[in-house]
Design a protein around this ligand. Structure first.
Ligand code: PRP
Ligand code: MN
Ligand code: MG
Length: 177
């Protein structure tokens, strides 16, 4: 790990406000208040966002998790995405919301989305706390974005630098020293 310092980018309060706004928008999107919504968290980065977001949802919610690992191959333009942990739920006919902490190149979400659509859900929406549009390699339809940010190395609120800082309550950026 290089020598670095952390600079505040998004405060705990700003995050809480956006989580509330997105929660309200999700509540308005789905017509039937009795129909469960399956919130799918992508491990590990999304767990804090998911934990806060699910408490804003005013209908039955099922939580499920998927862990995928993406690794680049410099000789190829597409990136492989391996499933390390699949969902536990049968999602056929269900309303899904994939919850992510950050979209960077878009490879992770694009592959996960394709995989889940093959299982014939009733609907599939995507929600991300952070988006770095300038880094996009693959287009992904995103339904809710908390904050659109420039290409900074961000950490906190679930997001790691070499597995550290996920527990920070705010979003910071890493400044090399
Ligand atoms: C990070 C982040 C997103 C993904 C975004 O996860 O949490 O899931 O990368 O990158 P992409 O848009 O370029 O695919 P990471 O693979 O670091 O795993 P983690 O969530 O366990 O930290
Ligand atoms: Mn992740
Ligand atoms: Mg990571």
């Amino acid at each position: 790990m290089m020598k670095h310092s952390i600079e505040l980018l998004i405060t705990e309060k700003q995050i809480a406000e956006q989580v509330h706004v997105i929660g309200e928008q999700i509540n308005e999107r789905y017509a039937d208040p009795e129909r469960p919504l399956i919130l799918i968290g992508l491990l590990r980065g999304s767990c804090l966002f998911l934990a806060d977001l699910c408490r804003q949802i005013n209908r039955p919610v099922i939580l499920d998790f998927m862990n995928v690992s993406s690794y680049g191959n410099s000789m190829q333009s597409t990136r492989d995405v391996r499933v390390l942990k699949d969902l536990d739920e049968d999602i056929s006919g269900a309303d899904l919301v994939i919850v992510e902490d950050i979209i960077d190149t878009g490879n992770t979400l694009s592959k996960v989305r394709e995989m889940l659509l093959l299982r014939n859900p009733n609907s599939l929406a995507i929600c991300t706390l952070l988006d770095k549009p300038s880094r996009r390699e693959v287009e992904v339809p995103v339904d809710w974005v908390g904050f659109s940010i420039p290409d900074e190395f961000v950490i906190g609120y679930g997001i790691d630098y070499a597995q550290r800082y996920r527990n920070l309550p705010y979003i910071g950026k890493v400044i090399p020293e």
